[in-house]
Design a protein around this ligand. Structure first.
Ligand code: GDP
Length: 439
């Protein structure tokens, strides 16, 4: 996410390296570089100019503390300005009414249906009763797609494949929700490949008829300035409440994320970073600014882990670790959990300093494949008692998994190191526990 922009900003800050203080001259050079980086990221020129003028003004107006270098101070100022540019504070959805209606709008292919599923899953995990409604009256495939997603996440999908009246379908869905105790109805609508009058009239009609408490506009961030223009057009007609930026996993520039708020004056409420149902985040401008500047986003990482990890599983695992019984089956299920959390590269980028280190590297779920193949080629006995895996077993496992003995050996060594570490942690933890008992 935003790799190009992060790299260029980093370069801009370097122009201040070795400078003892901020002056008109050195700040001018850096700010020019920052502006260029923003324009290269497909940020609207006017927005880029406004922001960089402000950065310059702030930089010259602030006293540099002795402990802070001009470079550090500028990073801080740019962080604040990027945060402001993206709206400053997180804005929540409004869910009012019984049921509360959430209307999803956007062009075809922007990711509406996928997002509807993700939002339903997120709300369900917060303990809410949700009904998904398929209102794409043109593409029967879209109804099937939503049904498949609904099944996957365990949320009911309301559809009337023969009915060509979207308002009627949605109203029936609301009635159905009332009679089945569902508190939130998410209405997925039809899109077109480009803005067209009929689509606009239809979505306007739906909004008038349903009076949703939240209307979201979904847009593909990879389309850069086009995304911003489409948002503007939709907003003029629909006056939506919030933006959902999708496909941020493939967006190395970030122009849409940075410009939408200033141009459209509507908050970004969610971001989507992959095709999996778990790849959704509530949008926090400050955390995003941190990520862009390579400062990581540990808070989101922890929240994501909490959302994905099963507490019961975690307790069981903890017990196994304490008894030093962590085995290859546990290892495998941990890999599965991590994969469920979403795009690996984005996840790693949330660790401070990691984003830069990972630049250009290709990390995806496939990176785990050889490890999984090796573990899956082990017998049940071998997984539970790794000590029995001798030379001939290693050869069999390598042959079975299509890997080399070297790779099997590496994994065995990593696993042994991991266990050693766990043992050590247990000991330290145990000592502490004893000490606290003695107090
Ligand atoms: P709709 O026509 O607006 O309903 O769009 P879909 O939900 O069908 O999405 C279009 C395509 O984009 C599908 O192949 C999705 O899997 C894919 N997609 C949706 N969101 C994301 C995302 O955040 N990242 C990536 N990489 N793909 C996405």
């Amino acid at each position: 996410m935003f790799e190009n922009l992060s790299g260029k900003l980093d370069k801009a800050f370097k122009t201040l390296k070795g400078q003892g203080s901020i002056t008109e001259i050195n700040v001018a050079t850096t700010v020019k570089e920052i502006r260029r980086a923003l324009i290269d990221a497909d940020v609207n020129y006017k927005v880029a100019k406004e922001v960089t003028d402000k950065i310059k003004e702030e930089a010259l107006g602030r006293d540099v503390l002795i402990s802070v270098s001009p470079g550090q101070l500028l990073v801080k100022i740019v962080n604040e300005e990027l945060t402001q540019m993206m709206g400053g504070k997180k804005v929540d959805m409004t869910l009012q009414g019984d049921p509360a209606v959430v209307l999803i709008s956007g062009l075809q292919g922007s990711g509406k249906t996928t997002f509807s599923g993700k939002l339903a899953r997120m709300l369900k995990s917060q303990g809410r009763q949700v009904l998904l409604t398929a209102c794409d009256i043109y593409r029967p495939a879209a109804i099937d797609q939503l049904k498949v997603l609904g099944e996957q996440i365990g949320v009911e999908v309301y559809a009337e494949p023969e009915n060509k009246n979207a308002v009627e379908i949605a109203n029936n869905a609301i009635k159905h929700a009332k009679s089945t105790g569902k508190k939130i109805v998410i209405v997925d609508t039809a899109g077109r490949l480009a803005v067209d009058e009929q689509m606009m009239q239809e979505i306007e009609g739906l909004k008038k008829a349903l009076n949703p408490s939240e209307t979201l506009f979904v847009v593909d961030s990879m389309t850069g300035q086009d995304a911003v223009n489409t948002a503007k057009t939709f907003n003029e007609r629909l006056d939506f409440d919030g933006v959902v930026l999708t496909k941020l996993d493939g967006d190395t520039r970030g122009g849409a994320a940075l410009s939408i708020r200033t141009v459209v004056d509507k908050p970004i409420k969610f971001i989507s970073t992959g095709e999996k149902m778990e790849a959704i985040d509530v949008f926090h401008p400050d955390r995003m600014a941190n990520r862009i500047l390579g400062m990581g986003d540990v808070v989101s990482l922890v929240e994501k882990a909490q959302q994905t990890f099963d507490e019961e599983e975690a307790k069981k695992l903890n017990k196994k670790i304490r008894q030093n019984k962590f085995d290859f089956d546990d290892f495998l299920s941990q890999l599965e959990q991590i994969k469920k959390m979403g795009n690996l590269k984005d996840l790693m980028g949330m660790i401070p300093g990691m984003g830069k280190a990972l630049k250009g590297l290709d990390i995806d779920d496939d990176s785990f494949k050889p490890i999984e193949a090796i573990i899956r080629s082990m017998t049940k006995d071998e997984r539970a008692n790794p000590e029995i895996i001798n030379g001939s077993r290693r050869k069999r496992i390598a042959d079975g998994s299509g890997t080399s003995i070297q790779e099997v050996n590496n994994l065995m060594k990593q696993f042994a190191d991991m266990r050693k570490m766990m043992k050590m942690m247990n000991k330290v933890g145990g000592k502490r526990a004893m000490q606290s008992l003695a107090q």
